[in-house]
Design a protein around this ligand. Structure first.
Ligand SMILES: C[S@@+](CC[C@H](N)C(=O)[O-])C[C@H]1O[C@@H](n2cnc3c(N)ncnc32)[C@H](O)[C@@H]1O
Length: 204
């Protein structure tokens, strides 16, 4: 069972360091340029996540929430900006991405940020997770890539905090996977659109 936690609206008053603002602006420019030539169907609806707000939320979580440990996982990390932010905040961050082209961009981000983020090419869904979906056409299903967990020797329940930006209509599925496979006490942060950050904790 998972419980929703309110994120105070005042977190948007948190100071974002100047250097981080500049890094985010540069990454948004790279994402925009990339989108102009990427031809996958989902990308037509894609709006980049609000990385400033995510920095504010992650710094608030780190300061105020009980965390099971220091491991942070970005499901479908794309450009790995959020994993880089988490790493800058002191988390041991891992990003999993199925698309090689995106993972290359993620590696570039990690280099530019000079953060020790581990990037893994693979499927972020744990074995057996696909059966939790009530719609077989969800974009995160059916990836042929190897399980990322087998490659890193960790399971989903080894992570204290998981972040995802689900494609539209996938948020319930992400929550169900977290509920089934995360450790009791772990947290899930979802970006579901501008000003729509959702935070969950799996009940012990
Ligand atoms: C909406 S984008 C979010 C990108 C990034 N997390 C962010 O917040 O900016 C979703 C990402 O998840 C990746 N993805 C979707 N399903 C996946 C799966 N089963 N395993 C690994 N990556 C997946 C997609 O390729 C895409 O990069």
């Amino acid at each position: 069972m998972i419980r929703s936690l309110a994120i105070p609206s005042e977190i948007d008053q948190r100071l974002v360091p100047n250097q981080l603002e500049k890094r985010i602006a540069a990454d948004l420019g790279r994402i925009e340029a990339f989108q102009d030539h990427w031809d996958r169907p989902q990308i037509e609806q894609f709006v980049a996540a609000d990385f400033r707000h995510l920095y504010q939320a992650l710094s608030w979580i780190r300061e105020t929430q009980m965390l099971l440990g220091n491991r942070f996982l970005e499901w479908g990390c794309g450009f790995a900006v959020v994993a880089s932010i988490a790493s800058q905040l002191g988390f041991d961050a891992i990003g999993i991405e199925a698309e090689r082209e995106l993972l290359r961009e993620g590696a570039r981000t990690v280099d530019l940020w000079r953060q020790p983020v581990e990037l893994v090419h693979g499927n972020f869904l744990p074995h057996g997770a696909e059966s939790l979906a009530d719609d077989s056409t969800l974009p995160s299903l059916g990836h042929d890539e190897r399980s990322a967990y087998d490659q890193i020797g960790l399971e989903l329940d080894d992570f204290a905090l998981i972040y995802a930006y689900p494609w539209p209509g996938e948020d319930d599925f992400h929550e169900a996977v977290f509920d089934r496979f995360a450790a009791p006490g772990a947290m899930l942060l979802l970006f579901c659109g501008p000003n729509d950050l959702r935070l969950w904790r799996k009940q012990p």
